[in-house]
Design a protein around this ligand. Structure first.
Ligand code: PMP
Length: 387
């Protein structure tokens, strides 16, 4: 008999495919998701073959760029934040309520999508130095976009402060429809909880509980904290590793309890803008979502821009995986973790967003990929983990 299979939402592994003959006999009924928000989560986990072969470890990636909402790493968080605010009676669909957020892009795209699906307006403040395809996409989704100049967090025009102020003004204005709600992804604990209740258990299940290390960067810190809290509750031995881009202060915060970049001298004024071409991870302040997982982090690796660019190119060239800069940073740190642990371990990392969101900036620098070369991982990482 012909072996026909049917692949549906949430069915990502070969074993999950439904045999059509069974299906015709009444078995294997697919539950159709109710709306686009129901397609968020249950992302695939797959082996990155080239990195696994190159290290002798299993390096597995959770493909968050395949989320079904806005199609990115923040879909789960947007849904979690809105669900919580609705439960608390702070948001009511189709009432003119507007969600304000300060974001470098991903959270805005996810919020704008879930807002449309749920009957809210989205007002997104983002720094003007971020890739334009993100603000273009936000406008296509019907969000209002305000691009603000890059500024330190103490500045009222910093994108986060600007969003908070606008939400407060909206609520205070009796002439405006609905209320303003500040999503506050950096401090709102619905963020890490989305990963504690979704990403973490999914990975655990997909791995049959066999995990040696989890490696991820931190923007808000929600992914790292949520997954770490879940994994450590199930596996006390699991190693949690921070992947930190150049210019970010988190590496030193984890390693030495001080918040300044390695390239800066102690005592110099701390830069509040992270000096890297990587978007989405790396920060120079400690947020509630990072603190939620801080104690669980066992190790950290610094990844410079050259390594991120080389890894992004490598993943396309060797595996056909086209991702953004934060995913590349995660993969470099996953390889460094594999080197540390030695062959035979299983390391999980996150592929955050697709390279399509980074064409005009990161990928403009990374360039086009030619034929397959005989480059080796040592060419990216160096002969040991010191670089
Ligand atoms: N990658 C990208 C592209 C992102 O936009 C973000 C979130 N800013 C992250 C990774 C990091 O996720 P988190 O905020 O959970 O630390």
């Amino acid at each position: 008999a012909e072996n026909k299979t049917l692949v549906g939402a949430g069915l990502h592994n070969k074993d999950d495919h439904i045999n059509l003959e069974d299906h015709e006999r009444g078995g294997g009924v697919i539950k159709v998701p109710e709306g686009i928000e129901a397609c968020i989560g249950n992302t695939p986990l797959f082996k990155i073959k080239s990195l696994s072969e190159g290290t002798g470890c299993d390096i597995l990636a959770k493909a968050e760029f395949l989320n079904g909402g806005g199609g990115g790493p923040k879909d789960r968080v947007a849904l979690s934040i809105i669900d919580l605010a609705e439960e608390q009676g702070l948001l009511k669909p189709y009432s003119g309520d507007t969600i304000y957020e300060g974001t470098v892009g991903s959270t805005g795209i996810s919020l704008a999508t879930v807002c449309r699906a749920r009957g809210y307006l989205a007002y997104i403040c983002m720094p003007s130095d971020q890739a334009t395809e993100k603000s273009d996409l936000l406008q296509k989704l019907g969000a209002v976009v305000e691009r603000v100049p890059p500024a330190p967090i103490i500045d009222p025009m910093h994108f986060v402060n600007r969003a908070r102020t606008l939400a407060t003004e909206h609520t205070a204005d009796p002439n405006r429809l609905g209320r303003g709600y500040f999503a506050n992804q950096f401090e709102n604990e619905a963020n890490w909880q989305a990963h504690h209740n979704g990403t973490g258990p999914e990975i655990f299940h997909q791995c049959g509980g066999e995990i040696d290390a989890f490696v991820a960067g931190a923007g808000t810190g929600g992914t790292l904290a949520g997954v770490a809290r879940y994994m450590k509750s199930r596996l006390s031995e699991v190693r949690i590793v921070l992947a930190d881009p150049q210019g970010s202060g988190l590496y030193n915060w984890v390693k030495y309890g001080v918040m300044f970049d390695t390239k800066e001298k102690e005592g110099t004024r701390r830069r509040s803008q992270v000096d890297t071409i990587v978007e989405g991870i790396g920060i120079n302040r400690v947020t509630a979502n990072f603190e939620a997982g801080r104690e669980l982090i066992d190790d950290a690796f610094k990844v410079d821009d050259e390594q991120a660019l080389a890894m992004a190119r490598w993943l396309v060239e060797k595996d056909g995986i086209f991702v953004g800069s934060s995913s590349a940073v995660n993969c470099v740190a996953a390889v460094k973790t594999a080197r540390d642990l030695g062959p035979g371990h299983r390391i999980i990392t996150i592929l955050c967003d697709s390279g399509t969101r980074h064409i005009s900036k990161f990928w403009a620098i990374a360039g086009n990929i030619g034929g397959k070369t005989d480059s080796r991982l040592e060419d990216i990482i160096g002969p040991n983990n010191t670089s």
